[in-house]
Design a protein around this ligand. Structure first.
Ligand code: HEC
Ligand code: HEC
Length: 389
């Protein structure tokens, strides 16, 4: 079965249907996959989808329609980059689920990390694979100022955008940009971009339809969900324990874990993940404790006030959402796993000695044969939208 490397959701789902009818695949012939009440309860917890996206913390433009529209334009504008050659959309490509099909990003310089999907990013509390930003707007300003990514700076961006009549006009009812410092003006642009990013939510998937059919006790619709995916789902929330970190409707607990992935980069340096992320977020002048927090709510600031650095943070990464995986290969923070099958193999064959921080007692080698691993892949693919959605 050549299913693990499919790039588009629609192909992945077609191959699910083929797998079900394939007389050579003995496992797929069995049409009765039974669920225990505990399993049904867990399946309910993976929804409903879509779920409401909270406001972007510290972003006074979050949720304002005019700011979302302006942010959408800016997202596609190469004038945000020093060389006028890169926009946000260069590395967050809609065809690839607002991620990229490269192992690691190439901006003004070579990046050591894989581009993250921006779909459903607004559900997270920490941004970046290492949680180095505490709001979407700070995570949107960072790429502009990073010499690896867009390689611009505040004066350059401010000068370019002050000169655009359309910017002045679209902000006129809100503020007079001539009264703002360059820094405050560029922060405002990044908040408009984040207002747009927050609205990027992925659609209904075959899994969501199956979950709904279970809730409705609609046996006909339940039968549309392939048995292979059902078996994979049982493994996911059973012996493999995947749901402990990939939980809820977004399949992410938003927390940081060590899953034994390498922390040496391609160029032999160390990327310490959450360990450097905590340092970054504390030093970030645009964090929620800084002067550009536009709402100043204590509840928003608390996470940044209280985050603690420990040795255990070394080699930890944020648990990614598992929605729309079929579009976002390759996988993990360094893009080192090219296919979903390779992700499943990495978990199943994990070497506990590689868990380099305090060790994740949740992860242990899994006794899964080839067919069971393919089932898990089928389940993961069913978390992606199909083109007909
Ligand atoms: C050169 C490629 C590149 C460009 C250009 C780029 N990004 Fe990214 N983006 C990345 C990479 C790589 C990451 C992961 C970074 C990390 O872990 O620190 C990322 C992460 C993010 C995140 C965090 C998502 C999450 O779920 O935590 C946001 C938000 C984001 N980018 C928004 C933007 C915006 C807005 C722009 C334009 C202003 C932009 N990016 C431009 C490559 C890029
Ligand atoms: C201890 C928490 C934890 C458990 C348990 C866990 N994961 Fe993960 N998962 C993570 C983290 C953290 C990452 C990111 C690792 C990295 O970037 O190096 C990840 C990455 C992934 C990715 C890559 C997604 C992407 O966008 O790059 C997939 C797919 C995945 N996990 C599926 C699974 C499956 C299937 C299981 C069960 C076999 C599982 N996970 C168990 C925490 C966990």
């Amino acid at each position: 079965m050549v299913v693990s490397a499919t790039v588009f959701g629609v192909l992945g789902f077609q191959s699910l249907a083929i797998a079900q009818d394939n007389p050579l695949d003995g496992r797929s012939q069995d049409s009765t996959v039974t669920l225990t009440p505990t399993e049904i309860g867990l399946i309910k917890s993976f929804g409903p989808w879509p779920m409401p996206i909270p406001p972007d913390p510290g972003n006074e433009l979050s949720g304002l329609a005019w700011a979302e529209a302006l942010g959408r334009q800016l997202f596609h504008d190469t004038d945000l980059s020093g060389g006028r050659d890169l926009s946000c959309a260069s590395c967050h490509v809609s065809e690839f689920g607002l991620a990229e099909n490269l192992k690691t990003s190439k901006g003004a310089k070579q990046h050591v990390r894989n581009s993250q999907s921006l779909l459903n990013a607004g559900l997270q509390h920490w941004f970046g694979w290492d949680g180095g930003a505490d709001s979407l707007w700070a995570a949107s300003l960072r790429p502009m100022l990073s010499d690896i990514e867009m390689n611009a700076d505040i004066p350059v961006v401010a000068k370019r955008y002050r000169a655009k009549p359309v910017i002045k006009q679209s902000l006129a009812h809100y503020t007079d940009i001539d009264e703002l410092s360059d820094e405050a003006f560029v922060v405002l642009l990044s908040k408009a971009i984040a207002a747009h990013t927050r609205t990027l939510v992925s659609g209904i998937t075959p899994f969501d339809r199956y979950r709904q059919a279970l809730l409705d006790n609609d046996k006909d619709s339940q039968a549309n969900y392939p048995d292979a995916a059902k078996r994979g789902l049982k493994i996911f929330m059973g012996e493999a324990n995947c749901h402990v970190c990939h939980f809820g409707a977004d399949f992410s607990n938003g927390e940081f874990h060590d899953t034994g992935r390498p922390f040496f980069t391609d160029v032999g340096q160390i990327d310490s993940g959450r360990y450097s992320g905590i340092k970054r977020v504390r030093q970030d002048p645009y964090n929620l404790l800084g002067r550009y927090n536009g709402t100043q709510q204590d509840t928003e600031r608390r996470k940044t006030q209280t985050v603690k650095l420990g040795q255990g943070n070394f080699g930890q990464w944020r648990t990614p959402s598992l929605r729309n995986l079929a579009l976002t290969a390759p996988y993990t923070h360094d893009g080192s796993l090219p296919t979903l099958r390779s992700v499943v193999d990495a978990y199943a064959d994990i070497d506990p000695a590689r868990l380099h921080s305090q060790g994740e007692s949740l992860l242990k080698p899994l006794d899964l044969d080839d067919a069971a691993r393919e089932d898990l892949v089928q389940f993961l693919e069913s978390l992606s939208e199909t083109v007909s959605d």
